[in-house]
Design a protein around this ligand. Sequence first.
Ligand SMILES: CC(C)(COP(=O)(O)OP(=O)(O)OC[C@H]1O[C@@H](n2cnc3c(N)ncnc32)[C@H](O)[C@@H]1OP(=O)(O)O)[C@@H](O)C(=O)NCCC(=O)NCCS
Length: 171
Amino acid sequence: MESPPADTAPQTPALTYRAPTEEDHARVLAVLDRWWDGLGGDDGARQRAGLLPRLFFQHFTDTSVVVERDGHLVAFLIGFLSQSRPEEAYIHFVGVDPALHGHGLGGELYRRFFDTVRAHGRTIVRAITSETNTGSRAFHARMGFTEAEQSFPGYDGPGTTRVTFVRELEP
Ligand SMILES: CC(C)(COP(=O)(O)OP(=O)(O)OC[C@H]1O[C@@H](n2cnc3c(N)ncnc32)[C@H](O)[C@@H]1OP(=O)(O)O)[C@@H](O)C(=O)NCCC(=O)NCCS
């Protein structure tokens, strides 16, 4: 089949990657429940919002990223270099618009983060997720993480069972 002429072919707007700014804080909070598909109900929603205070959009922007398409937020990653463990970096929060799941965007954000922190001499990346987030567990396994603790009750206080991930970076 012939391709349509270039000027009538559907155009997919390009993805743009940039460091977050403080203005992105509210935009990210606004998508959390939809992007997490309401995981954990009201309690889950409260926990997620509490995990992303404004300070991440002020003090951790060099190692974090937001992705936009046509001006709309489609993904974000909040991560940082450990201040206390000079070999380590930490991915705190990542989300991709459900409309784009399974197209490699989450993996691209992780690979970019690995490159960024490797350039700062980091060789270990850590992350956590909730025990019930099976999609996140599968994703982290595909990204080369192992589950250091498969079930850590009370990790962040009562009622917060977490899985902890670790991955070594190749030099
Ligand atoms: C987890 C998440 C970030 C993955 O993003 P994504 O763009 O869909 O992931 P990718 O397309 O880059 O997938 C990378 C690999 O992980 C696998 N993967 C991703 N999500 C998966 C899922 N839910 N179940 C099984 N495998 C999954 C993909 O199949 C792919 O494997 P491949 O390399 O063999 O092809 C995204 O699903 C998301 O935002 N989920 C809701 C928020 C969340 O749970 N965040 C993580 C906890 S903080």
